[in-house]
Write a protein that binds this ligand. Structure first.
Ligand code: ADP
Ligand code: MG
Length: 261
């Protein structure tokens, strides 16, 4: 993929947050002065302790919440299908088949299954679940359900995918496998990802940029650039380069948590 190999600051901007504050119930400051510039092709992680506003930031970007002040803008505007979202729970409809679940974002936009069956099949193929299109969620493992959820988020080929701790409930082996596959998938569809995690290891493996956040009030402390090249595979996890970046990110996170201790 050519886009992420270009220096970060020469890639076109996709979205920006400017001095965004979010306060709940007039007194819970979930986010204070958050500013970010997301560039096309970024794999950006938001990393920080529980309560630092990571989910709030994603919900603001996905327009499920509105900033108390500040603003969020898409360069060139946002159109339908530009955004895909994956939550920690796969949130599949239990009464519907895998294929019907993946069809949902299109169905909400008035497309019949027949209109989009090729895209649905292609999305399931990309997550390795082509053979399970007629299965029901209860027949799938946790990792497979998450794959369906990812297929559903990317079936419209969005420019931006938001993921909120998608692999936190999975065992480590499954998580590693999904991390590897997610990078391949991103490369194939050429999207941008904002990924929430509290795992240093996961954020370093996946990201070119890690935004380190702290709580009370939720805010950005620093950004770590992971300049290791893509594609990244299993050997990256055991490399000296990976160890250096995890060390640097752990230090940044300790500083962030120390700030509020
Ligand atoms: P994180 O995802 O990093 O764990 P959140 O964004 O969920 O953090 O929450 C940030 C802060 O905002 C926390 O103190 C949380 O309790 C508070 N908060 C989040 N959503 C709401 C809400 N709907 N109403 C009141 N407080 C909220
Ligand atoms: Mg959260």
């Amino acid at each position: 993929m050519t886009i992420p190999d270009r220096p970060q600051n020469t890639r076109p901007e996709l979205l920006r947050m400017e001095q965004v504050d979010k306060t709940f119930n007039g007194d819970v400051v979930a986010l204070k002065g958050m500013s970010l510039e997301v560039r096309e092709g970024d794999f950006m992680s938001l990393l920080g302790p529980s309560g630092c506003g990571k989910s709030t930031a994603l919900r603001l970007i996905s327009d499920l919440l509105h900033p108390t002040s500040g603003r969020i803008t898409w360069a060139g505007g946002q159109t339908a299908g530009d955004l895909g979202v994956v939550f920690q729970e796969p949130t599949l409809m239990p009464w519907a088949t895998v294929a019907q679940n993946v069809w949902l974002p299109f169905r909400l936009r008035g497309k019949t299954y027949h209109d989009v069956k090729d895209q649905v099949r292609e999305a399931l193929k990309l997550v390795g679940l082509e053979k399970f299109q007629n299965s029901y969620p209860r027949e799938l493992s946790g990792g497979m359900k998450m794959r369906v959820s990812i297929a559903r988020a990317m079936v419209t080929r969005p420019r931006l995918i938001l993921m909120d701790e998608p692999f936190a409930a999975l065992d480590e082996i499954t998580r590693f496998k999904l991390n590897n596959d997610l990078l391949t998938l991103k490369d194939t569809i050429g999207c941008t990802v904002i990924f929430v995690t509290h795992s240093v290891f996961e954020s370093v493996f996946l990201s070119n940029r890690i935004v380190v956040m702290a709580a009370r009030p939720g805010r950005v402390i620093t950004e770590v650039n992971v300049d290791a090249s893509y594609p990244r595979a299993e050997d990256f996890r055991t490399s000296a380069e990976y160890a250096v970046y995890t060390r640097q990110t752990t230090d940044a996170l300790h500083q962030a948590m120390g700030d509020t201790a």
